[in-house]
Design a protein. Structure first.
Length: 548
C-alpha cells in the first residue's frame, strides 16, 4: 500500500473508548488465566490514544511520539514477520513493543499453538493491553504473558499453573529488539525451561513407575487423547470422542485435548493416564512417545492416516484400529501381530436424501502449484518436479498408486529414495495437481459442481465454483447435505468412503469419471453399503474387553 493511500492518525473519543474496551476485555480474560499478573498491571497513564495511519489502535506519549516510534504498527509488524513460520506448539516472543506485533504473530499461528510473551516493563504490557482485544486468544490459552521486574518468576509460575503447557521450542525476536536485551532474556528463559523440563521428566518417570493395573469391579477408566479442532476430512478427535462416549456404562473417559496448548505436554497425558486402565488415542502411538507410559498399560490407537507406528516399541497389550482395510497388511509387515490390528473405518454420516438437482461437490483444500519449483538442494529434484508437473497437468488419470507412481519417476531420473523429500512432492505437487485435474474434468463436461475448501478461489478457472473454506463441523455437514455426490479427489486414503454420499470415481480415464458422474446424478440415492466394520462403541468395548 502506498504511503499516500494510508489514513492520517486520528485521535478522539472513538480511540479512547476502544482503548477502554480492549483493556476491560483483556482484564476479564486474564483474571481467569493469569490472576497473579493482574496484581501488578495497572491502566496506562499519560497516553493519548489514537488510530495509527494503518488503522491499528495505538497512541502517543507526552512528547507526542508514537508508541514504539512507528505510525504504521500493523504494516511494520507484517513486514518484519512476513517469512515467519511457527512449527512448535509453544513459542516465546521476546520483548515486542507494540500490540500489533503480537496480533500479527497470533494471526500467523494455528488454533492449537500458543505464544508466551515476555515483556520486561509492566508499563509496556499495560499499553499493549489497551491497544488490542486479545481476550479470545487469552481465554483459549493461546496467549500468555510474563511481564515486569519479576517476569522470570511469572514465567516459572505459568509452567506450574499449567503442567500441560509445553515448554517453548522456539523464540520470536524482531529486529526492533536489541541483541543485548534478546540475549539476556533468552538466557534467563532457557534456564527456566531447562529446569522445568528436568522436573517434568522426573515426574513422568515417577508416574510410570508407580502405575499398577487397577482392579476395577465396575467402571474402566480410559485416558482419551483426542484433539478437538475441526480438520477437514480428518475430524478424528471428535469422532473418536463421540464413539468412545457410546461404549456404555462400563467405561469412564478422562479426555486430554492436544489442541488446547495448556493440556498438550507429555506430562498432561502421563498425569491423566496415571489413574486409568487404558489409553485410547487418534494417530498417536507408543512409538511417538516410547517412555511416556508404563509398558503394561494397554495403548490403543485409531489410525486415520497411513502412518503405521513401529511395533518394536509397542507394549504387550497395545493394539491398532485402522481406518482402511489395506492397512492391516501394512501393519503386519511392520511387525504387528495380526490379532492386534483391527479394521475400524470412519462411521457413516447420516444424511437425508439429496434435493432434486443437487450438484456434485468437491470438498477438499488445495493450493496453486508452480510449474517451476523453488530451488532444491539437488538439481535432480527440480527435474523430477518438472516431470511430474508436466505429466499430471496433462493427464491426472495416470495416477493410480501414488507411492508407485513417485518411485517410478524417481528411478527414471536415478534419484535415491533416501535423499528424496517424499512429503513435499506428495503434499505440494502430486495431490493438488490430482485434485485440480479431477475438478477440471468435471467442469469441462459442464456438470453441476460446487467446490468447498481453501485455495480454489486462487485458481481463476475454478473460482466461479468455489464457495470458500470449510471451517467447522456444521459447515461440513451442510456441504455434504446439499450435494448429490462427492467427487473423489484423494489419491491416498479415501476419507470420503463413509461420508454418506456416493463417490464419483474413475477407472483410469476422463471418460470413466464423466460416465460415473452422470450415472450418479441420475440416481443420487444409490449409496454403496459399507464393506468393513466402522468405528463404534461395541467395537471399542470388544477391543478393550470392557463390559458395556
Amino acid at each position: 500500500m502506498a504511503l499516500l493511500e494510508l489514513n492520517s492518525a486520528q485521535t478522539g473519543p472513538e480511540a479512547d473508548l476502544l482503548s477502554r474496551q480492549n483493556w476491560q476485555a483483556n482484564m476479564r480474560a486474564l483474571s481467569a488465566t493469569q490472576p497473579t499478573l493482574l496484581q501488578s498491571v495497572g491502566q496506562a497513564d499519560g497516553i493519548e490514544w489514537a488510530f495509527a495511519r494503518d488503522g491499528f489502535l495505538s497512541g502517543k506519549d507526552s512528547s507526542g511520539a508514537w508508541i514504539s516510534g512507528c505510525s504504521l504498527p500493523r504494516l511494520a509488524a507484517r513486514e518484519m514477520m512476513k517469512e515467519m513460520t511457527l512449527n512448535a506448539t509453544v513459542a516465546c516472543f521476546i520483548c515486542p513493543n507494540h500490540a500489533a506485533q503480537i496480533d500479527v504473530a497470533m494471526e500467523s499461528s494455528r488454533a492449537n499453538q500458543a505464544i508466551m510473551v515476555v515483556i520486561e516493563s509492566i508499563d509496556e504490557l499495560s499499553v499493549i493491553l489497551h491497544c488490542h482485544d486479545f481476550s479470545g486468544y487469552i481465554e483459549a490459552h493461546r496467549l500468555l504473558f510474563a511481564a515486569g521486574a519479576d517476569w522470570a518468576g511469572e514465567l516459572d509460575r505459568l509452567f506450574s499453573t499449567y503442567p500441560g503447557l509445553p515448554t517453548p521450542a522456539t523464540f520470536i525476536r524482531l529486529v526492533t529488539t536489541t541483541q543485548e536485551i534478546a540475549e539476556r532474556v533468552i538466557a534467563t528463559a532457557q534456564g527456566i525451561i531447562s529446569n522445568v523440563s528436568a522436573k517434568r521428566t522426573q515426574e513422568i518417570q515417577r508416574l510410570s513407575q508407580s502405575w499398577r493395573a487397577p482392579e476395577f469391579s465396575g467402571r474402566s477408566p480410559i485416558c482419551l487423547v483426542a484433539p478437538s479442532t475441526f480438520r477437514l476430512w480428518d475430524d478424528a478427535g471428535e469422532t473418536l470422542a463421540s464413539v468412545a462416549g457410546a461404549i456404555g456404562r462400563g467405561a469412564e473417559l478422562h479426555r486430554v485435548d492436544p489442541d488446547d496448548p495448556t493440556s498438550s505436554s507429555p506430562l498432561a497425558v502421563a498425569k491423566a493416564a496415571a489413574e486409568c486402565q487404558f489409553l485410547l488415542a487418534t494417530n498417536f502411538a507408543r512409538a511417538d512417545a516410547p517412555q511416556l507410559l508404563p509398558a503394561g498399560m494397554p495403548w490403543i490407537t485409531w489410525l486415520t492416516v497411513a502412518k503405521i507406528p513401529a511395533h518394536a516399541t509397542a507394549g504387550r497389550s497395545d493394539q491398532l484400529l485402522v481406518a482402511a482395510p489395506a492397512w492391516v497388511e501394512m501393519a503386519v509387515q511392520a511387525g504387528w501381530p495380526r490379532d492386534r490390528v483391527h479394521v475400524a473405518t470412519w462411521p457413516t454420516m447420516r444424511l437425508a436424501s439429496p434435493a432434486t438437482g443437487a450438484p456434485l461437490a468437491i470438498i477438499a483444500d488445495t493450493a496453486p502449484v508452480a510449474a517451476l519449483p523453488e530451488q532444491f538442494d539437488l538439481s535432480s529434484h527440480s527435474l523430477l518436479w518438472e516431470l511430474i508437473y508436466s505429466e499430471l497437468s496433462a493427464n491426472p488419470f495416470l495416477l493410480d498408486d501414488i507411492g508407485r507412481y513417485l518411485n517410478q519417476r524417481m528411478r527414471r531420473l536415478n534419484i535415491s529414495e533416501e535423499h528424496s523429500d517424499y512429503n513435499r512432492f506428495i503434499e505440494q505437487l502430486i495431490v493438488p495437481l490430482y485434485q485440480q485435474g479431477m475438478a477440471r474434468a468435471i467442469c469441462s463436461a459442464r456438470l453441476p459442481l460446487v467446490i468447498h475448501g481453501t485455495g480454489w478461489d486462487l485458481l481463476p478457472e475454478f473460482a466461479p465454483c468455489a464457495t470458500g473454506p470449510i471451517r467447522d463441523r456444521s459447515a461440513f455437514e451442510r456441504a455434504m447435505q446439499e450435494c448429490a455426490a462427492v467427487v473423489d479427489v484423494w489419491p491416498l486414503c479415501n476419507p470420503a468412503a463413509s461420508a454418506g454420499r456416493s463417490l464419483v470415481r474413475h477407472s483410469g480415464s476422463r471418460e470413466s469419471l464423466i460416465r460415473n458422474a452422470r450415472a450418479i446424478l441420475m440416481h443420487p440415492d444409490a449409496v454403496p453399503p459399507a464393506t468393513a466394520a466402522p468405528l463404534s462403541g461395541p467395537l471399542l468395548a470388544r477391543t478393550m474387553a470392557i463390559k458395556s
